[in-house]
Structures are given as C-alpha cells and as structure tokens.
Design a protein around this ligand. Sequence first.
Ligand code: MN
Length: 176
Amino acid sequence: MAEKLSEYRRKRDFQRTTEPSDGGRPNAAQPIYVIQRHDASTLHYDVRLEIDGVLVSWAVPKGPPEQPGQRHLAVPTEDHPLSYADFAGRIPKGEYGAGTVEIWDRGTYRNLRAEIEGEEPVSMADTLAEGKIEVYLQGQKLDGRYAFIRMANSDDDEPQWLMLKMKDDDGGRDTG
Ligand code: MN
C-alpha cells in the first residue's frame, strides 16, 4: 500500500496539516466509503471508496447526483489512507487543500459487479482498472446504486470520470 500513498504524502507537510500520514485497517466484512465536503479554494465533495487497502478518491464539484440517471463530473485525485475516512478539520492556509473538511456521509458499499447473476464476479480493482465501477452505497445519507464511469479522452488529457446515480431497476435487490 505504501507506494499507492506516495503522491498523497508528497503533496502534504505533516508537520503542518493534521491530516493522517498513514493508517487505518482494511474493513474485512464490508468495505467503506466516505464523502467529505471540502470547502477549499473551490467547494467540492471528495468521494472515496475503500479498494485494496486505500481510499480511491474523486473530487465531485456538485456532490453526488440525486436523481436516477443524473451524472456529475468526478475528477480523480490521489489515493488516501484508510484513516482519512475519520478526518475532519481545517487544513491550514498555504497547505495543499487548505480549507475545511467535514464528513458529509459515510457507510459501507457492495460491489454490484460481483453480484450479477450468471456473470463472472469482477473485483473492485478490476472495475477500477476498467473504468466501470458499480456499487451500492449504504450510508447515513446515501442509500442506492451509483456508478463511476471513466470517459474516453484524447491522449493528452487527464481521464475524467462521471459519478452516476443508477436507476433502481438496473437490476439487483431494490427492484419493484
Ligand atoms: Mn478535496
């Protein structure tokens, strides 16, 4: 995991910020997600999914989409340590991400692509690599199916993603 967090660490001075440099235990029973409202130079929501020992992260300027079929731009950001799921507070002026962080929602998720009847289960690591994540987020605010889809870009652009609220009849437990 250490190498996954090198970008995270490089961007921060842990003498100055109270953000964690490492830590957090993998959640064996059910992986977690957290959404942090980050009032930085521009307000956004950081959506983070636990995948293989780190929090894979996107900055979603508009926050999670509310209506089925609605999609919001999600800009990938560096992996964060699992312990970041507990972080709230103020990142000092001049530091990376300066501003306030609040935990907006948190909970657990299920990998829906591991649950499709008659299909080979796909691991979260593989759904991430493919750019097609489908999860059921069950938290204090959110309770439903969401997808994270990587969009095709021209070669010289950073790939962008969309966070999409899936329709309830896209299969699975909450039909009808
Ligand atoms: Mn942020």
